[in-house]
Design a protein around this ligand. Structure first.
Ligand SMILES: *Cc1c(COP(=O)(O)O)cnc(C)c1O
Length: 460
């Protein structure tokens, strides 16, 4: 190997920071990003040129500083195309909000709002009052409150009724949800003592009865959101636990996880417990998420007996877990849409995506294939593939929705390259690789033209 000659030392031809800033492009940087950031970026560009011993004009340094600043100022929370086939993808932000919710949230951001102020009486009000009536109307519950998310709803309920006491739960329902939500850990942090009853596959009413001899604060029923126990199984329904809890004077709490406000089978979807049914079954409190099937912003709802909700609202933990005006505005607008269930699919993206007819998705896939094939080039064989979407976020586990995908066939390394190229697009496109094929499930794609315009920038 012959020695390569060191690069010629051109650094003496580098301009000063001041000179770069005074150029036309330098002034543009100051205008756009402010003097300190512009100077720091120019220093950075000069330091880099010094390490590579490059000579650069002042304009060229300004250009490099501009590129660095543009990279640095691009938002980190970037919009993406969710073509994973998981409609409520936790890592991609779960539910997309309805336009009415977006408008309400925007207005709340821009204006002073009557958050804790009763405009009629001119007195201090409560922020929960904004959505209490709606929640009660839609669930049949007596009272309602809202916190940061459903994990917080479970946490504050456990802490309110089982601090230093036992919380009884079936061994078949000791769930772990993604993101470190493990029921035993939440119980521990809530200050409750976990009292497990039954076995993984079978829990009987007598198991609960036996546990109630000790100092118990509540019975918790948990919807097994992300798994199913099948075969030789028994679980006790909330309706059968309710009389037991009542006889012992302790609340029965039903954590529905996703829950839904409408009967999903009316949309041709698999059944998921409705909050109203859980309330009617006799749970004293029911907890559920705002950004799962409900299709709103991140939030956790607790509905049920007024005396229990009052106790939760007096817990200082509730204050630490409360939601802000922006989300309350979006929640109120989202809940209002449920007063007209027939038009939900038009207005609520989550419902629209879940209930989208297969034929419509397939037709879109067939329309897209020729243009997409031309953009990715002959190394990839693009075809319409049948696939199965998932609801996601622990709703309807085990059920899938027939859908259609753009499939890209190629060797493993080429597929990884394609997936990376899709992620590098202005709006990253997120799909799924399985069985030597990259699939882009089109269930959640609505902006077909925008998708193609974005994809035109691909360089696999
Ligand atoms: C999803 C889920 C939670 C957590 O809800 P987040 O809104 O994600 O905090 C709790 N319990 C069950 C059963 C769930 O499915």
């Amino acid at each position: 190997m012959p020695d390569t000659a060191p690069p010629p030392d051109d650094t003496r031809r580098l301009p000063s920071v001041d000179l770069v800033i005074r150029t036309g492009p330098g002034q543009v940087l100051v205008e756009r990003f402010g003097h300190p950031a512009a100077v720091a970026a120019v220093r950075g560009a000069l330091a880099l040129a010094r390490t590579t011993r490059e000579g650069l004009t002042a304009e060229a340094v300004a250009q490099r500083a501009a590129e660095a600043l543009a990279r640095d100022h691009a938002p980190r929370l970037r919009p993406v195309f969710n073509l994973t086939g998981t409609v409520l993808h936790t890592n991609l932000g779960r539910a997309l909000l309805a336009e009415a919710a977006i408008e309400a949230a925007t207005e709340a951001m821009r204006c002073a709002v009557a958050l804790e102020f009763d405009v009629t009486r001119g007195e201090r009000g409560e922020r929960d009052d904004l959505i209490r009536d709606l929640l009660c109307e839609l669930t049949g519950a007596e009272d309602a409150t809202v916190v940061n998310n459903n994990a917080a709803a479970v946490l504050v309920a456990l802490n309110t009724f089982a601090l230093g006491r036992g919380a009884v739960v079936s061994r078949g329902e000791l769930i772990e949800i993604g993101g470190a939500f493990r029921m035993p850990d939440i119980m521990h942090r809530a200050g409750a003592r976990l009292v497990e009853v039954g076995t993984t596959n079978r829990t009987h009413l007598r198991d609960y009865q036996a546990a109630l001899a000790a100092d118990i604060g509540l019975i918790l029923k948990v919807h097994t959101s992300n798994y199913r126990i099948e075969g030789f199984t028994t679980a006790v329904a909330a309706a059968d636990l309710a009389p037991l809890a009542r006889a012992h004077g302790i609340p029965l709490i039903d954590d529905l996880g996703s829950g839904t406000l409408i009967d999903m089978t009316r949309l041709g979807l698999p059944p998921e417990p409705t909050v109203a049914a859980a309330v009617a079954a006799g749970a004293d409190l029911v907890t559920f998420s705002g950004d799962k099937l409900l299709g709103g912003p991140q939030a956790g709802f607790i509905v049920g007996r007024a005396d229990l909700i009052r106790q939760i609202n007096r817990n200082p933990m509730k204050r630490a877990l409360r939601v802000d005006k922006i989300r309350l505005a979006a929640i109120e607008a989202t809940l209002r849409l449920y007063r007209d269930p027939a038009r939900l699919a038009d207005r609520l993206p989550t419902v629209r995506h879940l209930s989208r007819p297969l034929a419509q998705i397939e037709a879109m896939a067939h329309r897209l294939v020729p243009a997409v094939q031309a953009m990715v080039g002959p190394d990839y064989a693009v075809a319409v593939l049948p696939c199965h979407s998932q609801v996601g976020s622990g709703a309807m586990p085990g059920d899938t929705l027939p859908s259609a995908a753009l499939g890209f066939g190629a060797s493993g390394a080429a597929l990884d390259r394609l997936a990376a190229a899709l992620r590098r697009l202005d709006r990253p496109v997120i799909g799924r690789i399985a069985q030597q094929t990259l699939r882009l499930d089109l269930r959640c794609l609505e902006d077909e033209a925008g998708f193609l315009a974005n994809l035109a920038g691909i360089a696999p």
